[in-house]
Design a protein around this ligand. Structure first.
Ligand code: 3PG
Length: 322
C-alpha cells in the first residue's frame, strides 16, 4: 500500500493520485486505533484531516512511512516532534486556507456587530423589528487579534480597512514585523493586556500546551465589559464553561464560535444562548481553499513517493529514513 487515507476525504486531486498509486481510503479508520495502527504499519504515505490522532506510538509502529499529509493547517492532531525524530516528513499547506478563515472571521465579526442572525430569524418569522436589532459600527472600535500569523495577519489587515484600531497578542511577532508596521497594531506582552480595552477579540492561535484553555475565567474577567469574542482557530484554546459564564453574566456581549472543544459538540447551554453564533468549523470550507489544500497535499504525496523534495513540509522536505 502506497497511500492510506484514514478519514472522509474526497476530491478530484485524490482521484488523480489513485490513478498513479495504490490508495486505500477508509473514512472510519481514525475511529479504530488498532485497525489504524495495523494499516499505517503497511503504508508509505498517510493522508489525514483533523480527526486521526497521529501519535508517537502510531508512528513508531510504521516502519515504512515516509510522510504524513495534513489536508489542512492545524497540526494539533499530529505529533510533529515524534515524526521528525523518526525521519518522517510532515506536509501541511499552511497558506492554503488563510484567506478563507480570515474572511469567515470577518463575516462573524460583522454578524455579531449588526446582529445579522437574530435580525434574519425574526424577519423570516414575519417580524419587522428594526430597533431591537440596533447594532454597533466597527469603525473606530478596537479589535484584539490574538495570534498574528498567516490568518490573524489577514484579519488585522481587513480590520484596518474597516477603520478599526488594533491590538495584537503574539509572542512570536515583534514590533518591526510587516503586519505590525502595516496595520499599526499595538503589541501586548500579556494576554490580559490584549483583551482589557478591546471591543472585539478574535483568536488565531494554534492549540498547544501553552494555549490550551488560555481563554478562561481569568482572561474573560480581564475583558472590557460587553466585548465580543470570536474563535475560528481551535476550540481547545477556550474554556467553554468559563465562556458560557462570561456570556450569561454580560461580561461578554456575544460570541461567535466556528470551532469547539469537542467536535461535533454535544447540544449544551451554548447552543441556547441568544448572543452566540455557532458554525460547524467551516473556516476552510470554500471551494478555493479546499482545492488549494487538496492539490498541494496530493502533489506532495506524489513527490514523496517519487523521491522528490516536498513543497509544503513543516519539518524537512524529504524523508530521513531509508
Ligand atoms: C485547518 O486546520 O486547516 C482548519 O481548521 C480546517 O481543518 P479541517 O479541514 O481539517 O477541518
Amino acid at each position: 500500500m502506497e497511500i492510506l487515507i484514514s478519514e472522509e476525504l474526497s476530491n478530484p486531486a485524490l482521484d488523480r493520485l489513485a490513478q498513479r498509486f495504490g490508495v486505500t481510503a477508509d473514512g472510519q479508520l481514525w475511529r479504530e486505533p488498532e485497525r489504524l495502527q495495523a494499516a499505517v504499519a503497511e503504508t508509505r504515505v498517510l493522508l489525514v484531516r483533523n480527526q486521526t490522532q497521529v501519535t508517537a506510538e502510531l508512528l513508531q509502529a510504521a516502519p515504512n512511512l515516509l510522510g504524513i499529509g495534513r489536508v489542512g493547517v492545524g497540526l494539533d492532531n499530529i505529533d510533529v516532534a515524534a515524526a521528525s525524530s523518526l525521519g518522517i516528513v510532515v506536509v501541511a499547506p499552511l497558506n492554503a486556507n488563510a484567506a478563507s478563515v480570515a474572511e469567515l472571521t470577518f463575516g462573524l465579526l460583522l454578524a455579531l456587530a449588526r446582529k445579522i442572525p437574530q435580525a434574519e430569524q425574526s424577519t423570516r418569522a414575519g417580524g419587522w423589528d428594526r430597533r431591537t436589532h440596533t447594532g454597533i459600527e466597527l469603525e473606530s472600535k478596537t479589535l484584539s487579534v490574538c495570534g498574528l500569523g498567516r490568518i490573524g495577519g489577514r484579519v488585522a489587515r481587513l480590520a484596518k480597512a474597516f477603520g478599526m484600531r488594533l491590538l495584537g497578542y503574539d509572542p512570536f511577532v515583534t514590533a518591526d514585523s510587516a503586519v505590525v508596521r502595516e496595520t499599526g497594531a499595538i503589541l501586548c506582552a500579556r494576554i490580559e493586556e490584549a483583551v482589557a480595552t478591546a471591543d472585539f477579540i478574535s483568536v488565531h492561535l494554534p492549540l498547544t500546551p501553552e494555549t490550551s484553555h488560555l481563554f478562561g475565567v481569568k482572561v474573560f474577567a480581564a475583558c472590557k465589559a460587553g466585548a465580543y469574542f470570536i474563535n475560528t482557530a481551535r476550540g481547545g484554546v477556550v474554556d467553554e464553561t468559563a465562556l458560557l459564564l462570561a456570556l450569561q453574566s454580560g461580561q461578554l456581549g456575544g460570541a461567535a464560535l466556528d470551532v469547539r472543544e469537542v467536535e461535533p459538540p454535544a447540544r449544551g447551554a451554548l447552543e441556547s444562548q441568544p448572543n452566540v453564533i455557532l458554525t460547524p468549523h467551516i473556516g476552510a470550507f470554500t471551494r478555493e481553499a479546499q482545492q488549494r489544500t487538496f492539490d498541494a497535499v496530493a502533489e506532495d504525496a506524489e513527490r514523496l513517493l517519487s523521491g522528490q523534495p516536498t513543497q509544503n513540509f513543516v519539518n524537512f522536505d524529504r524523508p530521513r529514513r531509508g
